[in-house]
Design a protein around this ligand. Structure first.
Ligand code: PLP
Length: 357
């Protein structure tokens, strides 16, 4: 119940023991089609360009940024958590200039500040983190943010690593141009094949770049050969991870995406009620509380590291501490995918209660 990876469903582990076939084998091509269709379902998009990128969440993140940001473009990124900085680094390496919209760690972006930043800098690309794993904050008002960006002809990139498959996310309805994720959070799948989706508008920009992206491996115009109609060799797909993500996504579809969002909310609500009954509070306000990653305030006088160590040593249960500006102030307790179950919350309550005695 840490910030990820979450527990992997036994069916996914079983799928990973399937014998390997070639990455251009007709049976594997059917599996690729399944994965793309199931990813569209989970992202709530009709985007043709929806693929699992070979690599961890940072690979799908870099595929998004390195392809969309061209040398000389300006990217606007948030300062309210750990992953905005990573966006900035990737945009700089892509040859872009970076400008910032500020909010304190533990709070979401305010649309008024985003509007001001657009008026001041006129960025070409705007990145934001839908579910900030470092702070337990869910960015509300997403349609308002995308509207601001589009009224300035900019593209929107959303980090959905800790929201996809666990928290309401509507790529098409909210008009998000590019969204990326990782499989090891609310999809409960081992890392290795990471979801990415781009709409036609974003893909048009990518395919009409003047200069090739600096990464050959993540160049989407080349990856199109493998994941598009041609199905031609680009690199050897991580077959086992593709088996895994297909099974994980099938589990999403069997449960139903909305039912899955509801389950995460219900289980995390139990967790919230439990910690509140113990006299602890959550750091984010209800409006931007992230059910998949609960930032619980560490009581005064408690050594967060010692409590986390106690829970691990005595209950074999993983939870995490805060990072950056919230180091020592919060526990980060995941409620993701297959781990999001009432019985796990009850177990956590005993463990944490004892650790804090
Ligand atoms: N973005 C967010 C919000 C994350 O939580 C993470 C990982 O935890 C990443 C990006 C990067 O993913 P990975 O560590 O799988 O490369």
């Amino acid at each position: 119940m840490g910030p990820g990876p979450s527990d992997v469903h036994p069916r996914v582990l079983r799928a990973m023991s399937t014998p390997l076939v070639g990455h251009l084998d007709p049976s594997f091509i059917d599996i690729m089609d399944d994965v793309q269709e199931l990813l569209r379902y989970t992202f709530r998009t009709d985007n043709q360009w929806t693929i699992p990128v070979s690599g961890t969440g940072s690979a799908s993140m870099e595929a998004a940024i390195a392809n969309l940001v061209e040398p000389g473009d300006t990217m606007l990124v948030p300062t309210n958590g750990y992953f905005g900085d990573r966006m900035a680094s990737m945009a700089e390496r892509a040859g872009g200039d970076v400008v910032y919209v500020d909010a304190p760690w533990g709070e979401p972006l305010d649309p008024v500040d985003v509007q001001d930043a657009f008026d001041q800098y006129q960025p070409d690309v705007f990145g934001f983190v839908h579910a900030e794993t470092s702070t337990g904050v869910k960015q509300p008002d997403v349609p308002q943010l995308t509207e601001i960006a589009h009224s300035h002809d900019a593209y929107v990139v959303a980090d959905c690593v800790t929201s996809l498959g666990g928290v309401e996310l509507e790529v098409d309805k909210w008009d998000i141009d590019v969204a990326y994720s990782g499989p090891q959070k609310c999809l409960s799948c081992p890392p290795g094949a990471s979801p990415l989706t781009l709409n036609d508008r974003a893909m048009d920009k990518v395919l009409s770049r003047e200069e090739d992206p600096r990464s050959w491996y993540l160049d989407l115009s080349l990856l199109e050969g493998y994941w598009g109609d041609e199905r031609a060799y680009h690199h050897t797909a991580p077959i086992t991870n593709v088996y895994a993500i297909r099974e994980a996504l099938r589990l999403v579809a069997e449960e139903g995406i909305e039912e899955r969002w509801d389950r995460h909310l219900r289980v995390a609500n139990g967790l919230k009620a439990g910690v509140e009954a113990m006299g602890l509070g959550l750091n984010p306000e209800d409006d931007y509380w992230l059910p998949s990653l609960n930032a619980v305030l560490v009581p005064d006088g408690v050594d967060a590291g010692a409590a986390i160590g106690y829970v691990l040593d005595n209950y074999d249960l993983e939870i995490a501490g805060g990072l950056g500006a919230l180091d020592g102030d919060i526990f980060r307790i995941g409620c993701m995918g297959h781990s999001a179950q009432e019985k796990n919350v009850a177990f956590l309550m005993s463990a944490l209660g004892e650790a804090l005695e």
